[in-house]
Ligand binder design. Structure first.
Ligand SMILES: NC(=O)c1ccc[n+]([C@@H]2O[C@H](COP(=O)([O-])OP(=O)(O)OC[C@H]3O[C@@H](n4cnc5c(N)ncnc54)[C@H](OP(=O)(O)O)[C@@H]3O)[C@@H](O)[C@H]2O)c1
Length: 268
């Protein structure tokens, strides 16, 4: 599979790093381009991929093109590559908030496009990505996008309207979890622990609890019940969390981020 990457920033480089190491393709079949020559050089040196001389050259050399520039530059990139897009191309865009309608309008009729919403843990191979097909994308295109993005984590296939909810959950989610770890640690410090030890314990607690959800066949609610005994410490903690609006705060956060994602898509 001939793969091209336009935009070798943090996210694009992480994706290509994962793809180059996977058995989907070989680095020799990957071409990259970025306006910033230093980013290209670093990626070429780190991953053994080749550099294209510009976006049009990259399009001619690739069948599957990952678009990883900032959302405001997607229109400009599509205008640049549109003359070289053929029926053999598949475009996969990770640009937040750039709608399928906008991209399909900027491309030749019938262009196959997939929209993806990864998150930053993709940088360490633990991403959670939602993907949605455009109106001309095939089942094989969804399979291709899934395989490529699975090289940096897990992938959930959905439809475009649901990508806003993906953004509100896993896209923005790492920041909620960082805030959670920070809050746990700061209070544990007030209760007497050294801050660095508290951060270590809080982080491992989040990893361990997440693994329990992943590796047992219990629901999160069943796991809560399993660790909560009448009159115990966990129940006291949970009651205080509910009293202070914990669940409602999280719901409001996911809703606000999903709404903001819908707004950005309307504005773009
Ligand atoms: N970071 C995240 O958590 C995250 C999560 C989900 C989705 N995304 C999406 O991922 C995309 C990339 O994000 P990022 O954080 O990796 O951005 P980034 O670090 O800014 O990387 C984008 C790169 O594209 C280059 N570029 C700009 N215009 C170009 C053009 N016309 N042709 C070729 N290259 C061009 C930029 O060069 P210059 O620096 O010279 O402009 C930059 O090196 C964004 O659309 C974002 O919405 C990011």
């Amino acid at each position: 599979m001939k793969i091209g990457l336009i935009g070798c920033g943090r996210m694009g480089s992480a994706l290509i790093g994962g793809i180059a190491k996977s058995d989907i393709t070989t680095p020799a079949d990957i071409t990259v381009y970025d306006l910033n020559a230093d980013s290209v050089t670093t990626l070429v040196q780190d991953s053994g991929v080749s550099a294209a001389s510009n976006n049009l050259d990259l399009t001619c050399k690739s069948q599957t093109i990952l678009l990883a520039v900032k959302p405001q530059y997607i229109g400009e990139v599509l205008r640049e590559i549109a003359p070289a897009i053929t029926k053999d191309h598949l475009l996969i865009s990770i640009a937040a908030g750039v709608t399928m309608e906008k991209m399909e309008t900027a491309c030749p009729a019938g262009t196959r496009i997939i929209r993806a919403m990864p998150n930053t843990p993709a940088l360490i191979g633990l991403g959670a990505t939602g993907i949605a097909p455009g109106s001309h994308a095939t089942e094989q295109d969804i399979k291709t996008a899934r395989e490529l993005l699975e090289s940096v984590g897990i992938v959930s296939v959905t439809q475009e309207p649901q990508l806003d909810a993906v953004t509100g959950l896993s896209g923005s989610g790492p920041a909620y979890v960082y805030t959670f770890i920070e809050s746990l640690s700061l209070q544990a410090q007030k209760e007497g622990l050294a801050l660095d030890e508290a951060i270590k314990l809080a982080t491992q607690t989040v990893i361990g609890a997440a693994r329990m959800v992943e590796q047992t066949d219990m629901t999160p609610r069943e796991l809560v019940e399993q660790v909560t005994s009448p009159g115990g410490t966990t129940l006291a903690g949970l009651d205080a969390l509910t009293e202070h609006g914990f669940e409602k705060s999280i719901a409001a956060g996911v809703h606000a981020a999903s709404e903001r994602s819908r707004e950005i898509a309307r504005e773009s």
